[in-house]
Design a protein around this ligand. Structure first.
Ligand SMILES: Cc1cc2nc3c(=O)[nH]c(=O)nc-3n(C[C@H](O)[C@H](O)[C@H](O)COP(=O)(O)OP(=O)(O)OC[C@H]3O[C@@H](n4cnc5c(N)ncnc54)[C@H](O)[C@@H]3O)c2cc1C
Length: 398
């Protein structure tokens, strides 16, 4: 893999997809955002999103990674990553709607594999068609990294369950029709049975006993988070994903793939910042009328930024290629998530530094990208948790 700020691909199918995606992002989608005045901080509605889901599906991008029987093109993880990187690099506010990250097939992730026929037809196929949307609700106020300490419980009740609890930071919650909720089985995890058992459920967000509340606004300024409040909410047994007790395995299985697939999005955003920074160094004049890039201290900064980017990108695509062969890349996924998050943060910090006051000014793209990329050191598992995972993997190797 060579270094480039606008990668090209030898594989004709992928090259054509990347070209078509760039055209859509820079053309039709850019126009749509401009016409509607949509920015990263707009309070988006379903009316804003549905036309983009539909159009992205018509163009073949929405759910493109899925098998053909689900209307996808059965992309490999590496091919999907190349598309995700382009979206990250495009700077489009609605980029997360194109492949289905925002409530669509990518948010559901591996869940599709665990669905029964009923779940497939009622929930997941409409989701793949862009008619329904979902969020993923694992985290609680007092259960983040230590997710097993969650308090949301499921009690068996006739032909179903009653769920009670309060989930926070459910991304895409404001636009979702249903949530994938993980809850602790109520008769487990107490003094009598110290080993808690967790199950995953598809919960209709308009069910009696379920409320979707405005979530916190993260530092990126995006309004895409919800709290999901469950008060004795009845969920039919048909909505149990997999078997009782498999909830954490299903949820964390999704997280391992997602962890790796988040990396190309962040790489894309970092690539964009690097591009903007190089441009700035060529055009910004300093003492003596010379451009910033003529200063050796600036050259060293951009050299470090580009080198870290190249390393982060190379390891990510190497892990994705291994995943495509069916290899177990749990440890590598932790490594990539850690290195991509930490190096992207360092790169963005230098991008802000090189942009001077412009980089500190709200409305400047680098200032936004700094805040957006900073979040990645926490979400989808913090950097410290990635290190715990790597150490565990190493212990297993010896
Ligand atoms: C923008 C955003 C979107 C999100 N989207 C979703 C979503 O869609 N669905 C969802 O379920 N969740 C979501 N989350 C939640 C996210 O996954 C959690 O924030 C994350 O797992 C960390 O949990 P926490 O914030 O509670 O931090 P804590 O667990 O409280 O951690 C605090 C600090 O302690 C450290 N720490 C904790 N435990 C250990 C340990 N064992 N070893 C070493 N260090 C440790 C952490 O690394 C961190 O630095 C989202 C969060 C954000 C910010």
């Amino acid at each position: 893999m060579t270094f480039s700020l606008r990668p090209t691909y030898d594989e004709p199918r992928l090259a054509a997809l990347v070209d078509a995606l760039r055209d859509y992002l820079d053309g039709e989608l850019a126009d749509y955002e401009r016409d509607r005045g949509i920015t990263h901080t707009t309070r988006l509605t379903r009316t804003d999103l549905e036309p983009v889901w539909r159009r992205s599906r018509e163009l073949g991008f929405y759910g493109i990674h899925l098998p053909e029987e689900f209307g996808g093109q059965a992309l490999s993880y590496t091919q999907l990553a190349a598309l995700k990187e382009e979206i990250g690099a495009s700077g489009r506010a609605l980029g997360h709607c194109v492949l289905g990250d925002m409530g669509g097939p990518l948010r559901a992730g591996d869940i599709l594999r665990h669905a029964t026929d009923h779940q497939l037809h009622k929930y997941l196929l409409p989701l793949v068609r862009g008619e329904r949307a979902c969020c993923f609700s694992l985290t609680e106020a007092d259960a983040g990294s230590d997710v097993r300490s969650m308090r949301t419980t499921a009690v068996r009740d006739g032909d179903g369950y009653r769920l009670t609890g309060h989930k926070v930071f459910s991304s895409a919650g404001p636009f979702a029709d249903f949530a994938i909720v993980v809850a602790r089985m109520a008769d487990t995890g107490g003094d009598a049975d110290p080993k808690p058992s967790f199950s995953a459920f598809l919960v209709d967000l308009d069910s009696p006993g379920c409320r979707v509340l405005d979530g916190a606004t993260p530092m990126s300024g995006e309004h895409i988070e919800s709290d999901i409040l469950l008060e004795d909410c009845h969920v039919p047994a048909a909505n149990l994903l997999g078997e009782e007790g498999e909830g954490m395995r299903i949820a964390l299985g999704r997280v391992t793939t997602n962890r790796l697939l988040h990396c190309p999005s962040v790489l894309g955003a970092t690539r964009r910042a690097l591009d903007l920074t190089l441009d700035r160094t060529r055009h910004r004049k300093v003492a003596g009328g010379q451009p910033l890039l003529a200063l050796q201290s600036i050259q060293h900064k951009v050299a470090d930024m580009a080198t870290e980017f190249y390393a982060a990108r190379s390891m990510t695509y190497a892990a994705l290629a291994a995943l495509d062969t069916g290899a177990d890349v749990r440890t590598e996924a932790f490594m990539c998530k850690l290195f991509v998050a930490e190096s992207a943060f360092r790169i963005l910090d230098q991008a802000v530094q090189i942009h001077g006051k412009e980089g500190l000014t709200q409305g400047n793209e680098v200032e936004y990208l700094f805040r957006k990329v900073r979040m990645f050191r926490v979400l989808t598992g913090t950097s410290e948790i990635q290190k715990n995972g790597i150490a565990k993997g190493l212990a297993f190797l010896t």
